[in-house]
Design a binder for this molecule. Sequence first.
Ligand code: ACO
Length: 334
Amino acid sequence: MNNKAGILGIGSYLPEKIIDNLYFEKTMDTSDEWIKTRTGISERRIANDNEATSDLATKAALKAIKCAKLKPENIDLVIVATATSDMVFPSTACIVQNNIGATKAAAFDMSAACSGFIYAMTVAKQFVENKVYQNVLVIGAEVLSRVLDYTDRTTSILFGDGAGAVVIGNVEFGGILSTYLGSDGSGKEFLNIPAGGSKLPASQNTIDNKLHTIKMAGNDVYKFAVRIMGDASLKALEMANLKTCNIDYLIPHQANIRIIEASAKRLKLNMDKVYVNLDKCGNMSAASIPVALDEAYRLGKIKKGDNVVLVGFGGGLTWGSSVVNWSIQGGKNE
Ligand code: ACO
């Protein structure tokens, strides 16, 4: 009998509207060529004015529940990892719980920026393996376009909107073999949205100075990311008693193609074993990993029994990694 928690179902949703690099070329001192060569990004999805994070999350959640062959009332807990919740409170998870009709579920949000999905998945694993809950819905969802300064060429070109979801429950085969989480709050200045919380509430001054938008020391984050993506992946492998040669597929956080390539090199992986969608989606923070995982699964790149490494980093600073032995059939032919 396998006592492990694993992924029972998965789904994702991207808004229809696309903004390509030419848009930025027209509005700022930048170029398609600079953006592509320095980041790997060509375009990103942007939510419509009437779409909030909970709307994207709801669509991804319903797909994941269907994929798991469950009904919303079978969900015991909803966790939404996000840095762009609909409101300060209630949690976006509560809004999703009501939207999908998960009438028996508890709900809360997880705040760990781009690492949020792996943090939330780790919490779900504890609840399932300790037999507190049977089915936990874990969603990574963001509408980052609402917290970008579209006059700042160093941040606005990087991010996009989207949502990905999984249902975590007990699996007969494989499952989440390990998870590893870390944080270093001394890096809080490298990546943040300064205003809108208790430290710097909204005022005319915070609005005039655009302090409700993402501020980032790109170079510092870059150096941290290159180091931590490799370190965290190796740690999750060690915790699962596996080596780099046992990796079948890598789903990295989609921040910059150069960071992803450096991680692949450290893990001795060819790029054909690494899923990349940042060219089309940009960095969707907590949504990046579940959206990439869903796309890779549906394209038939991940098969039952594969060892899939998930790894991410983000504001906090935070990081997280996991080895998942893939337990669901399907993909290309389903
Ligand atoms: N177009 C043209 N030039 C630009 C642009 C742009 N869009 N952005 C910056 N530049 C300029 C800079 O002003 C600088 O000019 P200068 O030399 O005259 O001062 C030059 O390009 C080089 O700037 P760098 O910051 O050194 O460029 P770099 O190669 O480091 O790339 C980037 C910048 C893409 C932001 C990179 O540092 C990066 O990817 N960092 C990591 C970002 C990241 O992963 N964030 C994760 C966020 S996760 C979360 O939790 C939200």
